[in-house]
Design a protein around this ligand. Sequence first.
Ligand code: TXA
Ligand code: MG
Length: 328
Amino acid sequence: MTKILKATKNNLIKAKELLLNGELVGFPTETVYGLGADGTNKRAVSEIYKVKGRPSDNPLIAHVHKDYDLTKLVKNIRPYALDLIKAYTPGPLTLVFESKGVVVDEATCGLNTLAIRMPEKKEAQELLKMVDIPIVAPSANLSKHVSPVTAEHVYNDFNGKIPLIIDGGKCEGGIESTVLDVTGEVPEILRAGLITKEMIEKVVGACKVAVHKEGEKAKSPGVMYTHYRPRTETALFTIDEIEKGLALYEKYVKEGKKPYFMCDESVAEKLVGKNLLSLGKTDKEIASNLYYKLREGEEKADIIIAIEPNGSNGIYEGILNRLRRACR
Ligand code: TXA
Ligand code: MG
């Protein structure tokens, strides 16, 4: 029912026709796979919320190609936002502007802002160039599930529910884009990602990070929801608590079950002989492998015992934010 097709010219034309016809298409970006729809078509946008089971107050990001005239969609673009666009797009950065209302209310959930992203991945750029309209796309996972980084992941969540997935291989980035509010005098990070606070400050000078207090309405509603959850039991420990992780591992082994550790390479080296979901060594490798390994663990582990990777830069912020919510 749901086709997975390589990103050839002909298949991208098929994707374009479906999108312009109000249908949903899964497609790759450099962060995670997106579930795309025509952002100017109310019915198509509503369909995204329906098939994902997404809460109706969680707005969508509009994706456009790198030469798209943003002033068609948003207004009052600040000079510093233009500097960020020049420095980091196309790429894993989503910018929140004042909306002109071209992208329908169903996608912005009645907010007067619109989030825009210009993905870097070649296949995404090609498709967006062909359609030349804003394509709204959340991550292509069922609501609350782990985000998808391969076409198969998308298929596993949406087989029979969407006509087409464009296969662009495994996403290199591996975690969702940084969401940055650029409506104020100083930009504010609403969701951490591969474009870090340090990188933004280098261009703009100063950058705030939104803090979400329990019970308060978040500026980026998506961060309020349970997310990234694998369908297997999980536990999370810091490296200092590794003894607890080992005890839990042994308990599962004794019960005849299959526990897996999920950790970076430096920790994996200390766990020789154990079942491992190794995340790799560098910050970028760990980000790239995180969802992939969570989905792999879902397939083969009775419990994923994750050990928090150690590191202090902004990429770790994004990694830990996802890992803690996956394992909570
Ligand atoms: O990397 C990504 O951003 C991926 C790929 C497919 O581009 N997309 C993605 O979409 O992660 P989604 O829907 O899973 O997450 C979008 C996030 C949510 O936290 C949402 O609340 C926030 O962006 N968002 C969207 N529009 C917003 C707006 N106008 N103001 C504040 N936050 C917004
Ligand atoms: Mg998502």
